[in-house]
Design a protein around this ligand. Structure first.
Ligand code: CUA
Length: 322
C-alpha cells in the first residue's frame, strides 16, 4: 500500500522527458544514438536475411563474384562506416554535450546550493542562510542554480534525470552541476551510484517554483522551529530532547544539535520521509519513529525503547514543525 502511494506521488524520473536545456541535449543525443543503432541493427539483419535467402546461389547480388568488390565491401561496411559513425558520435557526445553540460564556473550563477550525500539521505544547505533541509530541494524555476556536491561518507551520485546529467559525490572532492527547470514542477531524483544497503531508498524531489513562492518557502525555512502549542506537543519536545533523538538531529531553536541525521527544524513542511521512501503523513511518521529498521533496514536510526504515548507525543511535536 505504501509503495502504491509513493509510486503514485512521484514524477516520471525519465531522462527522455527533459525539462531543461541540458536535459534536452541529453535526450536528443539518446534519440540520435538509438536511431543510428537502429539503422545499423536492421541493416545487418536485412543483409543476413538476404544472404540466407540466396544461400544456394554463388556470389553477391548485382556484383557477382568479383574479388576486388568483395574486399571493398568488407572494408566499407566493416571499417570505414563504423569508424565514421563512432568518431561522429564521440564528437557530438564529448565535444558538444559534455562541454555543454559542464558545470558553470563558480560565481557565474545567481544562486548556489550545497547538497551533501549521506547513507542514506540528501542534506541540502542554502548558503547565506541558516536553512538546512533534507531530500526536498526547492529552487526557483527558470533560474540557473549551481549545486555544489559533496559526500559525508561513501560515493553517491546526484541525479535528477529530467533536469541534468549525474554528478558523482566523491569523498574529499567537490563537484558541481547545474540545476535549471524550464517551468515550475516537481522533479524526482535518485542516487545513481551504489552506496550500500539502502541505495535504492536514496531518492529526492526537486520543487521548482515561481520565484515568489520559492522566496516565501525560503523565508519560512529560515525561521527557528515552532514552539510546542499543546500539552502533548510539549511532552513530545521533552521526550525528543531527553532521548537519543537530539544527539542525531538538529531542531533549530532547541538544544537538539545532532548532525548524523536530517535536520528536523521544519520536517512537517516536507512531503516525504526517509529520503522520499514514505509519505510524510501522521501514520507513516509514527511507523517510522517506532521502527525505522523495519522500513529502511541498515539505516543509522535506532528503534528507541519508549512507551506508546511517548511515540505519539514525539509524532505530535514533529507534525507541528511546519
Ligand atoms: Cu547514495 Cu547510492
Amino acid at each position: 500500500m505504501t509503495a502504491i502511494v509513493v509510486l503514485a506521488g512521484c514524477g516520471k524520473q525519465s531522462t527522455l522527458s527533459p525539462h531543461s536545456p541540458d536535459a534536452n541535449g541529453i535526450a536528443v543525443l539518446w534519440w540520435w544514438m538509438l536511431g543510428i543503432a537502429a539503422v545499423v541493427f536492421f541493416g545487418a539483419v536485412a543483409l543476413l536475411l538476404l544472404g540466407w535467402f540466396r544461400r544456394d546461389r554463388p556470389g553477391l547480388p548485382f556484383v557477382g563474384e568479383r574479388e576486388g568488390v568483395n574486399t571493398a565491401l568488407v572494408i566499407t561496411f566493416g571499417m570505414v562506416i563504423p569508424v565514421i559513425v563512432l568518431v561522429a558520435l564521440f564528437a557530438v557526445a564529448d565535444l558538444w554535450l559534455v562541454q555543454r553540460t559542464a558545470p558553470p564556473a563558480a560565481g557565474s550563477t545567481s544562486m548556489t546550493i550545497r547538497v551533501i550525500g549521506h547513507q542514506w539521505f540528501w542534506e541540502v544547505r542554502y548558503p547565506g542562510t541558516d536553512v538546512v533541509t533534507a531530500n526536498e530541494i526547492h529552487i526557483p524555476a527558470r533560474t540557473r542554480v549551481q549545486v555544489v556536491a559533496r559526500t559525508a561518507d561513501v560515493i553517491h551520485s546526484f541525479w535528477v534525470p529530467e533536469l541534468n546529467r549525474k554528478i558523482d559525490m566523491i569523498p574529499g572532492q567537490t563537484n558541481r552541476v547545474l540545476l535549471y527547470a524550464n517551468q515550475p514542477g516537481v522533479y524526482r531524483g535518485q542516487c545513481a551510484e551504489f552506496c550500500g544497503l539502502q541505495h535504492a531508498h536514496m531518492a529526492m524531489k526537486v520543487f521548482a517554483e515561481p520565484p515568489k513562492a520559492y522566496h516565501a518557502w525560503l523565508a519560512g525555512q529560515e525561521q527557528p522551529a515552532a514552539q510546542p502549542a499543546t500539552p502533548e506537543q510539549r511532552d513530545g519536545q521533552r521526550v525528543f530532547l531527553g532521548n537519543a533523538c537530539a544527539s542525531c538531529h538538529t531542531i533549530r531553536g532547541t538544544s537538539a544539535r545532532g548532525t548524523i541525521g536530517p535536520d528536523l527544524t521544519h520536517v512537517a513542511s516536507r512531503e516525504t520521509l526517509a529520503a522520499a521512501t514514505i509519505p510524510n503523513t501522521p501514520r507513516e511518521m509514527r511507523r517510522w519513529i517506532q521502527n525505522p529498521q523495519h522500513i529502511k533496514p541498515g539505516n543509522k536510526m535506532p528503534a528507541l525503547d519508549l512507551s506508546g504515548s511517548d511515540f505519539r507525543a514525539i509524532r505530535a511535536y514533529l507534525d507541528h514543525l511546519h
